[in-house]
Design a protein around this ligand. Structure first.
Ligand SMILES: Nc1nc2c(ncn2[C@@H]2O[C@H](COP(=O)(O)OP(=O)(O)OP(=O)(O)O)[C@@H](O)[C@H]2O)c(=O)[nH]1
Ligand SMILES: [Mg+2]
Length: 535
């Protein structure tokens, strides 16, 4: 596990100033998990980097710990990793890129003070990157850009910058510039120090890449490049200076500028330069809005909110863990806190610090830190806990489900496990659970944002709860809370049209509609009924 965290027995202010809490976001496959792994390598938190899709006898990536993630080589759920680096405490959140899991990514972004957006150098700004970028914009958090996979044939770096500017409407400021690309990607030129960092590759890219630091007149820089590449490189770096593309920390913190780093997470080129700048420029933990005003991290009263719940992370610990972002004050083990939603108080005897699926009990935590609270404590995503006054941080919205399926337990003798499993997965926000009203069958109906969530629920019920299930897809595409006079609601042609009346866990009526078109038709025809978005 990680080396001991820097002892911050000093003031709360010092502890806050040392913290950097950020999420890595991008379109699927741009290299978030690979970069995470390499940041851990350079942060000395792991000694050998694993790969996302590991071959037998080879390490796999630390942050993709779930069996299905390792089998498919994709991230399904976000992962929390904490490690010390050069006098700072870094809290890193690796997120899934696939849009079917975007609700998880969204929740995780709520816990971050800044984000690193990764672009694939051959693809530029992709659809999902744009959506996640919008979320970061709404939260107003500053963003770094890492242009990854430079070890493959890449788009022209200037064209990539142009795309960031036009598509995302943010001024990109290249902090470094690539020397070559593809097989001829030698390293990067650091515009601030005017030094060139040339790297050598290592066996399976598992260890830190040896680096040569030199100046622009070193003939080794151009050895591997052809005449056009040499010409482009020198023309471009001169052009960037002429264009006055200089980094302005305040503009970055306001979200107007994004510093851009070129590199390759796979071969480790440019990773350390990025990490060093990251701890230097990324903001320390900021204030959060609540129904009790903005909560400043320097406030002496401890407070935080749950942004993620996850069970069965490690075969040794099959418990459910609520992940809490500390927002203000100092958290201490055994503290008694208010749980605003239930109005109860509780003691927190076992707070954990997480490193993917590994955990360690901590005695204290500070704003920006993420702690795991184990045991079934009736936590829901979005819950606030605080040491003195009870209040609520701004709620975390839910996404509207667009896919529905009946979930059938194939082994009746496992009914208890089945119910336990779906209750847990629903608490985690892996899906929403509905029950058909007046139906003969009591099979739950799962409502999800993306169909891959069905696969995850099925696989997790099988591996974590030992229950075999079958999913029966339903044709519905949209759901709404339906409210109003029951007689009026009964007039809707539920059976005739194939629409479905269901109830959620709180007993609220949820209508499933076959299409947006159908929904709009009935909404106009039965105006006395109120339809509410599930968000
Ligand atoms: N050539 C090259 N391949 C890379 C680089 N970074 C990542 N990859 C590969 O790209 C694939 C996807 O990488 P991941 O790190 O899993 O990407 P991700 O963004 O975490 O993907 P999701 O979490 O599923 O969205 C893997 O096969 C990586 O080995 C890079 O710098 N160069
Ligand atoms: Mg990943």
């Amino acid at each position: 596990m990680t080396e001991e965290l820097i002892q911050t027995n000093g003031s709360l202010q010092e502890a806050i100033a040392a913290r950097r809490t950020f999420a890595i976001i991008s379109h699927p496959d741009a290299g978030k998990t690979t970069l995470t792994e390499k940041l851990l390598l350079y942060g000395n938190a792991i000694h050998l980097a694993g790969s996302v899709r590991a071959r037998r006898n080879q390490r796999s990536a630390t942050s993709d710990w779930m069996a299905m993630e390792r089998e498919r080589g994709i991230s399904i759920t976000s992962t929390v990793l904490q490690f010390p680096y050069k006098g700072h405490v870094v809290n890193l959140l690796d997120t899934p890129g696939h849009q079917d899991f975007s609700e998880d990514t969204y929740r995780t972004l709520m816990a971050a003070d800044s984000a690193v957006m990764i672009l694939d150098a051959a693809k530029g700004v992709e659809a999902q990157t744009r959506k996640l970028f919008d979320v970061c914009r709404q939260r107003g958090i500053p963003m770094f850009t890492f242009i990854n996979k430079m070890d493959r044939p890449a788009l022209d770096p200037l064209a990539l910058l142009d795309e960031v500017e036009t598509v995302l409407g943010m001024q990109p400021v290249p902090i470094n510039w690539p020397v070559g690309d593809g097989d001829r990607f030698m390293g990067v030129y650091d515009r601030q120090t005017q030094q060139v960092h040339l790297y050598d590759r290592t066996v399976r890219n598992q260890t830190i890449s040896p680096e040569t630091i030199t100046t622009l007149d070193d003939p080794r820089i151009t050895q591997g490049l052809n005449a056009t590449q040499i010409d482009d490189f020198f023309t471009n770096i001169a052009l960037l200076d002429e264009m006055g593309m200089d980094f302005d920390l305040d503009a970055f913190l306001r979200g107007e500028q994004t510093p851009v780093y070129f590199g390759s997470a796979l071969t480790n080129f440019g990773v350390q330069l990025f990490l060093d700048d990251f701890v230097r420029y990324a903001p320390a933990p900021g204030a959060y809005p609540s129904d009790n005003g903005r909560i400043d991290p320097r406030d002496n009263e401890f407070s935080g909110f749950v942004f993620k719940i996850q069970a069965n992370m490690n075969p040794k610990h099959r418990d459910s863990v609520a992940f809490l972002r500390v927002c203000s004050g100092r958290f201490e083990r055994n503290m008694v806190v208010n749980h605003a939603r239930t109005g109860k108080t509780m003691r927190l005897p076992i707070p954990y610090k997480f490193f993917a699926d590994e955990r360690e009990v901590v005695e204290e935590a500070y704003p920006g830190d993420i702690i795991g609270l184990p045991g079934n404590r009736n936590f829901n995503i979005g819950d606030t806990i605080s040491a003195e006054k009870a209040f609520n941080f701004a709620p975390i919205p839910r996404f509207a489900a667009e896919h529905f399926a009946r979930l059938i337990n194939l082994d009746v003798s496992k009914q208890k496990q089945f119910l336990k499993g779906i209750h847990q997965l629903e608490t985690e926000g892996a899906m929403q659970v509905l029950y058909e009203v007046d139906a003969q069958r009591r099979d739950p109906i799962l409502a999800v944002v993306g169909v891959l969530q069905f696969d995850v629920v099925k696989a997790r019920l099988e591996t974590e709860y030992g229950v075999a299930v079958r999913l029966e897809m339903l044709p519905h595409q949209l759901c709404r809370f339906v409210e109003g006079d029951p007689e009026e609601i009964a007039k809707l042609p539920w059976r005739f049209s194939g629409m479905m009346q269901t109830k959620d866990g709180d007993g609220r009526l949820v209508g499933l509609f076959n299409s947006e078109h159908e929904f709009n038709y009935y909404r106009e025809k039965y105006p006395k009924i109120t339809y509410k978005q599930m968000i």
